[in-house]
Design a protein around this ligand. Structure first.
Ligand code: BES
Ligand code: ZN
Length: 631
């Protein structure tokens, strides 16, 4: 098979920064997405050399083995390469490669290089003229992306469960490909699983499963090029319920009613998002509500957002999470950070977009409160690490560690709110929509966003440019002085209640029941952590904290309790940590305990000894650092 000359010419271009989209590849892959070749776009987390040879399509044929905790089978990769390319380099982490063959079934020599703790190992294959290769392999039972849950970790308690988490660089532990956000690939999969389990993936389901006796085969297809961190799988005893014409939810049968009720606004959110920033381009928007061991709140896997069940509060007060993952269908999945040092392009833009969806669906007041909560975390981090800490810049310079998600998410959102405020909402929205259109299905960098804003928003208006301070916002640490702060009135009542509590121990028992979740969070985040057991007991009783069904509120209460060595809350902390694996909750609770010396540290160690095995590798790694002082 020969590649179109034009395709090769484009692939080899080195003078231009963006390699334009090539014509369809010879094998009929839907679309070959361009790659970026500027130094600032380079991904240091991949071994791939995409300018020499790159993967354009992945076809998986895998069997799920719940007993052996193994995923294995074949991956067929379509390759676009220079005519003289001798090898292709893939990412791999713990994969056991049986053999690699070309189109004619001839074995191709390969080698797995030295493994790095984070990046895994390069898998270098001598492709010669081969442009479609088949890799027969098995993932390690310890694969970092995969979490095999015991039946006890599910709501039903009878069947095992499998879930994956690819972002940022975990998918190389179960898929041998070029695992870089700037190397987009289309994909398809055939997955077999034992009955009665169902399988879902982040691609469009290709009809009813095929019956194989005691197993079934499920097929999926993603015909739009995606960064490979967005390939995801889950399998378990799950059912589906439609929410709207193109939206629906999968979850365990015992969870279906509660999940569907919490998610009733989803279809309206998709419609609102489209009205803001253009068509939803992925077809369906389904979600799966996973067992509580899932390490994140949510993950924006295309056409199948993964969600923690801990967002279910019974009153839709935590559905900003859904708005967030949905918004990633534009910021992140459509326009993707080319490397993880620019992850604010995914998360910051999405946090801004989330706020806009929240405003449309739940109104300005809720949006402003959530914005104020978010902005306060930026100020906290800046106060903690210092305004000149290089890790507080949106674009993370090479070798500089991020000052935290508050920068990427919350400072990122504050930047866009500031630009919106200065240029006006209408003009800003038109620009953001056009940014998504101009870069759809392509990688992007901070530099590109800056240039795009200058060209299409500033348009040579020097006075506007100096008011916006775009470069400072994107590349400098701290907070530019043009920042638009949230309305100080957003939490006026709560802040007064905090002062009253600080001054005389007055508990806002009456007001509390009328407060929103954001107001309750604000209160619990602001009360001082030097309380006596007696005071804490009074707060708990008056506000019903330990009995709340809202996990964000419960988490803040348990954290406060541990920071105050409040013994009566320890059993509940232990129960919480035994079921919930969401890093955002688990790590701070262990941190709170570890911060309490000879009182808290033995408790933390004892609890962690019992709960560690039930956590995803992501959560384990985060808590290991806290409890065992590793890293
Ligand atoms: N894409 C992220 C999750 C993620 C980030 C995974 C970085 C791996 C590395 C997801 O969209 C997210 O931001 N989730 C948040 C939700 C929130 C900000 C509403 C979470 O899990 O808490
Ligand atoms: Zn996100």
């Amino acid at each position: 098979m020969r590649l179109a000359a034009a395709t090769l010419a484009l692939l080899l271009a080195s003078a231009c920064t963006t390699i334009p989209a090539a014509p369809p590849a010879a094998q009929g892959a839907a679309m070959v997405s361009p790659i970026l070749t500027t130094p600032e776009a380079r991904d240091t987390s991949t071994y791939a050399q995409p300018e020499v040879a790159r993967v354009t399509h992945v076809a998986l044929d895998l069997a799920l083995d719940f007993q052996g905790k193994q995923v294995g089978g074949t991956a067929v990769l379509d390759i676009l390469a220079r005519p003289n390319a001798k090898t292709i380099v893939l990412d791999s982490d713990g994969l056991r490669i049986a053999r690699i063959t070309d189109e004619a079934g001839r074995e191709l020599p390969f080698r797995v290089g030295a493994a790095d703790d984070e990046k895994g190992a390069p898998l270098t294959i001598e492709i010669g003229q081969a442009r479609r290769i088949t890799i027969a392999y098995q993932a390690n039972p310890q694969a970092g992306a995969l979490q095999w849950l015991a039946p006890e970790q599910t709501a039903g308690g009878r069947h095992p469960f499998l879930l994956s988490q690819g972002q940022a660089i975990l998918n190389r532990s179960w898929i041998p490909t070029q695992d870089s956000p700037g190397i987009r690939q289309t994909w398809e999969a055939r997955i077999t699983a034992p009955k009665p389990l169902d399988v879902v993936m982040s691609g469009i389901s290709q009809g009813e499963p095929e019956d194989l006796g005691d197993r079934r085969a499920f097929r999926f297809k993603m015909d739009k090029p995606v960064p490979p961190y967005l390939i995801a799988i889950a399998a378990g005893d799950i059912d589906f319920r439609a929410l709207g014409p193109r939206t629906g939810v999968w979850t365990e049968p015992a969870m279906l009613d509660r999940a569907a009720a919490e998610l009733v606004d989803t279809e309206a959110m998709v419609t609102a998002a489209e009205a803001l920033y253009g068509p939803y381009r992925w077809g369906r928007y389904d979600m799966i509500v996973l067992p509580p061991a899932f390490p994140y709140g949510g993950m924006e896997n295309p056409v199948m957002t993964f969600l923690t069940p801990t967002f279910i509060a019974g009153d839709r007060s935590l559905t900003g999470l859904v708005a967030h993952e949905l918004a990633h269908s534009w910021s992140g999945n459509l326009v993707t950070n080319s490397n993880w040092r620019d992850s604010w392009l995914n998360e910051g833009v999405t946090s801004y977009f989330e706020g806009r969806i929240t405003e449309e669906i739940y109104g300005k007041e809720r949006a402003e409160q959530e914005e104020a909560l978010s902005f306060a975390t930026v100020e906290d981090v800046l106060a903690e690490v210092g305004r000149d800490d290089p890790g507080t810049a949106l674009h993370q310079p090479d070798g500089v560690e991020s000052a935290g998600s508050e920068i990427v998410y919350d400072k990122g959102a504050a930047f866009l709110r500031t630009v919106e405020h200065i240029v006006g909402r209408q003009r800003f929205d038109a620009w953001l929509r056009s940014w998504f259109d101009r870069h759809a299905f392509q990688p992007a960098t901070s530099q590109m966003l800056l240039e795009d804003m200058e060209q299409n928003l500033v348009r040579g208006d020097a006075a506007l440019a100096s008011r916006l301070k775009l470069r400072e916002w994107i590349f400098e640490p701290g907070l530019p002085d043009n920042v638009v702060r949230p309305d100080p009135q957003a939490f006026a009542e709560v802040d007064a209640a905090v002062e009253a509590y600080k001054a005389g121990g007055t508990i806002p028992s009456g007001a509390w029941s009328g407060w929103t979740t954001a107001e309750r969070q604000r209160f619990l985040k602001s009360v001082p952590d030097d309380r006596s057991a007696q005071q804490l007991a009074a707060v708990d009783t008056a506000l019903g904290l330990s009995g709340t069904g809202n996990n964000e509120v419960l988490f803040l209460w348990l954290e406060l309790a541990m920071q105050n060595r409040y013994e009566p809350a320890v059993p509940q902390v232990e129960r919480f940590l035994s079921t919930v694996g969401r890093t955002k909750f688990v790590r701070p609770l262990f941190e709170a305990l570890m911060g309490e010396g000879e009182w808290g540290q033995p408790i933390a160690r004892r609890i962690y000894a019992g709960t560690r095995a039930g956590y995803h590798a992501v959560t384990q790694a985060a808590v290991d650092k806290v409890v065992n002082g590793e890293g």
